[in-house]
Design a protein around this ligand. Structure first.
Ligand code: ADP
Ligand code: ZN
Length: 724
């Protein structure tokens, strides 16, 4: 009987041995095994000749696959990740699989439930639903064709859907994913603009490398035609009957993006994001694996999509923080894209208006080929950037008088305006006017955010909430005042001041779910709203051609952050925000309100642009000996008592102190306490990535067996992106 090594999704850095009377189970197949009292799904990683526990070995209960669910290249990517991120292989392999497969379901997708009209030729809205606005809306949506039930449920409530079904206007029908045998016959390249010189150079450079590995940084301001470069480069790949994988940031995956690709090539695009059901994701995974879909567009975890015949990989907005997984297996999908492109011998294009410093450095040192688009496509101009000194100025809901007047001018001219505040809620703190006491979350030691509309105060770090107090918890006085400005307050204030203009707030309170966001964005582009107020969400991906004024209320906090990446992120934010605005006949302007108008970072950015700022910031990193000129790995620990976290990290520090690796800490995390747990960090720094990796790998098993690990929660973050 052969002994199989099986990887299980457990936080253990080891494989488990099982017997089977089947001699031909292939590596990469899933099996069901019992582990203690549990039944688990595991992945076969190999066989061994003998096992120290031979007498006690159990048999594999069930073989789930005839053929491996992870092909050779994905398996080796997983083994690389386990080693590079120091993460248990079982968890890595599971992370690389669609959820349905992790649960042990068949790799053949189930039919998907669609809702379709019973009479598809009916044009008139049926009498029975004429008064029900939502049902009419749904009726019109279905007139465009049957729609997946999961997708519809993001727009419509169950009762609206049931309304149409009960009245026998629509019915639910399971439709099996059809097998696409004639995929490439459908390929038809639609109308396209003639590329400008820079675009043409980029397209030629990229398509010249088809069939081998090459990595490009496509650096181009928003609206410079990066997507057009992707489209025209992909064209060649598709004509070769090869597939393309495109990663986009969480927020950038809009129906408009997908439609643009579908329209150009007349092909269905496989979409992968978190709003889909497990089965729907499995359908796309399976189609891609069988070569039945030509283009797959997805968010972070789509990097694990198998492809029968890959031809190119693209990572759009490569600087976006959503590519980095921030818990569990802390991988960076952009970095994994490099490995996949190498493994498949295909070109990789990293695109951004504000490349992250690591990528830029790789381009400047010729590790990547650097392609630049320096003007906007068509005739659109870039928004002019300005700073507004607000020292000693009276502010109304965070806005200076001069700014309010400017806003009025733009509104009166019929344009849209956009305001950015980095805080949602009404105000970031509630304070007693009598004694100065600030209401704080006891579990996080941070001020509660005031949500006036909901009549509550909420901690934005752990989510805990209480009803809005009417008196001070410390002195009992009743005069509580808010401090600072959040989106809710700004919206309220502007609704009063500019009552004749419609405003819309876009933050995670007002937008629940991606679909709501897409609905709001469509309203904005239809011109329903004039004043757009929002957080970070506004800075990403969407272009608002009718916006001619972008106002950033206050971003000074980032100028003094303890995180060395804060200036880079601030510069990206400012540049991305101002990139949202303007088009040819309506050039835009961006104003940044600040108490630090002379700050060198702001001056450099405003006058010389992100490209100049970033090159300068790289020099500073070099002089300070910071990444990308050295390498970081962060040990994070949290515990019920700060001493435990400190003690654990001190022991780790002692074990890792060696030639060539600098140990910094233990030091408290920027968020020192969260959800009642104390958090500390130990930073390891080295000039050689492989040395750093080797040192940690040599100790990680011993660290794991330290008795104190039972009292702390800890993790390893390779190439950390923040110190929160
Ligand atoms: P980015 O991805 O860099 O933001 P896009 O590719 O979306 O830029 O281009 C911005 C706009 O300019 C789009 O409406 C696009 O259709 C248009 N465009 C791009 N390239 C050209 C070109 N060469 N000629 C005319 N219009 C173009
Ligand atoms: Zn809290």
């Amino acid at each position: 009987m052969p002994i199989y090594q099986v990887a299980l999704a457990l936080p253990k850095r080891q494989l488990f041995d099982y017997l089977s009377d089947q001699t031909d189970i292939q590596v990469g197949c899933r099996v069901r095994v019992s582990f203690g009292p549990r039944s688990m799904v595991g992945i076969v990683t190999g066989t061994v000749a003998s096992s120290p526990h031979f007498a006690k070995l159990k048999a594999i209960s069930q073989l789930l696959d005839q053929h491996p669910v992870l092909d050779e290249s994905l398996l080796s990517l997983c083994h690389w990740m386990a080693q590079y991120y120091h993460h248990p292989i079982g968890e890595v392999l599971h992370a690389a699989l669609p959820v349905a497969l992790r649960k042990g379901e068949s790799d053949q997708p189930k039919p998907i439930d669609y809702l379709r009209l019973l009479d598809e030729s009916q044009l008139e809205v049926p009498e029975a639903i004429k008064r029900a606005k939502k049902q009419v809306h749904l009726f019109h949506a279905l007139q465009e064709g049957p729609q997946s039930l999961t997708g519809l449920k993001q727009h419509f409530s169950d009762s609206v859907i049931k309304g149409l079904v009960d009245r026998e206007i629509a019915k639910i029908e399971p439709i099996a994913a059809e097998i696409q045998t004639n995929l490439w016959l459908k390929l038809e390249v639609g109308d396209k603009p003639t590329p400008n010189v820079e675009q043409a150079l980029a397209i030629t450079a990229i398509t010249q490398t088809l069939g081998r590995y090459a990595c490009f940084l496509l650096e181009g301001i928003t609206g410079s035609g990066k997507t057009e470069v992707y489209l025209q480069s992909i064209e060649e790949v598709l004509l070769n009957k090869q597939q393309v994988l495109i990663l986009v940031p969480e927020i950038g995956l809009t129906p408009q993006t997908v439609k643009r690709f579908e329209k150009r090539f007349g092909l269905e695009v496989g979409v992968l994001h978190s709003g889909l059901s497990d089965n729907e994701r499995l359908v796309v995974w399976q189609k891609s694996r069988r070569g039945e879909v030509a283009i797959v567009i997805g968010t972070r975890s789509a990097i694990f999509t198998p492809m029968l015949n890959p031809g190119m990989i693209i990572v759009d907005e490569e600087h976006d923080s959503s590519y980095k997984q921030q818990d569990g297996l802390r991988y960076n999908a952009r970095d994994l894209a490099v490995l996949r492109a190498k493994a498949h011998n295909v070109p990789l294009v990293l695109g951004s208006a504000t490349p992250c410093l690591e990528t830029l450095n790789n381009a400047l040192t010729n590790k990547y080929q650097h392609l630049q688009l320096i003007r906007r496509a068509g005739n659109a101009l870039q928004a002019k950037q300005n700073v507004l000194d607000i020292t000693n100025q009276p502010l109304v809901a965070g806005l200076a008088q001069g700014m309010l007047q400017r806003m009025e001018q733009h509104l009166n001219a019929g344009s849209q305006i956009m305001l950015f505040v980095n805080r949602r809620g009404y105000a970031p703190a509630l304070l007693c006017h009598h004694c100065g006491h600030i209401e704080e979350c006891k579990r996080c030691n941070k001020p509660y955010t005031v949500h006036k509309a909901l009549h509550k105060i909420q901690c934005h770090h752990c989510g805990s909430a209480r009803s809005l107090p009417s008196s001070c918890q410390s002195c009992g006085h009743h005069e509580l005042v808010t401090h600072g400005v959040g989106t809710e307050q700004l919206e309220q204030s502007l609704k009063k001041r500019f009552a004749q203009f419609s405003s819309v707030r876009i933050d995670s309170d007002s937008v629940r779910g991606k679909t709501k966001l897409n609905d709001l964005l469509e309203e904005i582009n239809r011109g329903t709203h004039h004043i757009l107020i929002g957080t970070q969400i506004l800075s990403k991906g969407h272009h608002f051609p009718n916006v001619t004024l972008v106002v950033i209320l206050d971003a000074d906090g980032a100028l003094f952050s303890a995180d060395y990446r804060a200036p880079e992120h601030l510069a990206q934010l400012i540049t991305q925000l101002s990139g949202r605005a303007g088009r040819a006949e309506k050039p835009g302007e961006m104003w940044l309100q600040t108490h630090q108008p002379g700050h060198p970072l702001l001056q450099d950015l405003i006058h010389n642009g992100y490209g100049h700022f970033a090159r300068h910031a790289l020099l500073e990193r070099k002089h300070a000996g910071l990444p990308p000129f050295c390498f970081h790995t962060l040990f994070r620990a949290e515990a019920s008592h700060i001493e435990l976290a400190f003690e654990f990290l001190s022991q780790v520090g002692l074990m890792l102190t060696c030639l060539g690796v600098k140990v910094i800490g233990p030091i408290p995390a920027i968020m020192e306490k969260r959800q009642g747990r104390y958090r500390m960090q130990l930073l390891l720094q080295a000039n050689s990535r492989s040395l750093l990796n080797k040192v940690i790998a040599s100790q990680v098993n011993q660290i794991e067996s330290l008795p104190i690990t039972r009292k702390v929660r800890w993790s390893i973050d390779v190439d950390p992106q923040d110190f929160m």
